[in-house]
Write a protein that binds this ligand. Sequence first.
Ligand code: ZN
Ligand code: ZN
Length: 284
Amino acid sequence: MSATVQNVDLHCHSTVSDGVLTPSEIAARAKANGVDLWALTDHDEVSGIPQARAAAQDLGLGYVTGVEISVTWAGKTIHIVGLNFDEKNQGLIDGLAKTRSGRERRAQDMAADLLNKAGLPNTYHGALKYVGNPDLISRSHFARYLVEIGACASVSDAFRHFLTEGKPGYVPHRWATLQEAVGWIRGAGGVAVVAHPGRYDLTPLALDAFFLEFKALGGLAIETVTGSHSLDQYEKFTKIAYQYGFLASRGSDFHSPQDAEVDIGCLSALPQLVRPVWDAWIPA
Ligand SMILES: [Zn+2]
Ligand SMILES: [Zn+2]
């Protein structure tokens, strides 16, 4: 890698969580789209890392380890991305296992809620068809099933009508604390990054409290350019990163070729104002 590395994509999902491509298929797609440095960030799970790393090596694609941890903060679900850590670290492995353990229970509660409030039967088994492993079942799998049976026109439509707060099918769930997630990542030698900060339903005051707490815990960066942000949010969160002294990260949040807002490696460059989180990993 050299200092001229530009196309960095540090956020995407494979079949190991709620994506539809395997880690090696995503590596090939990233390479074809011109990515120089890549991280796979499956939800609460690092078991895709060996395949991702091997595929990246075969392709001559720059690679760092990644994960996206679900956190409950002030009653809201927030995602923290961990990057460039040792995936064999026991504290991280145990923490992620604990975080995953509530998924099956939540999915069964979601299916009961969908049946009771929307009259949609058997959505648990329908969603399970898309994932195989109940430990990894997520709202995206329910969304795909709701599209399959014609209850919704698209995955985003399914989230809007059924799977977000206040809608039938939404079941509040207690994930890791912010302190735990940042602690697991840092304990494994990694960097903690706030994923798509523009996506959370927090008041400016609450967002300020969140960023200050994240920083105090040792969080170093926030995503500024992400497939989950609108173009004006690229600027907004770049300024916020600058104000709080965070590094900036960039990632498509790619899940599938069909539903992608932004394909892997196809994002705007980071605005110059803030140092990229990967600067320290790339020898000059
Ligand atoms: Zn996320
Ligand atoms: Zn994600």
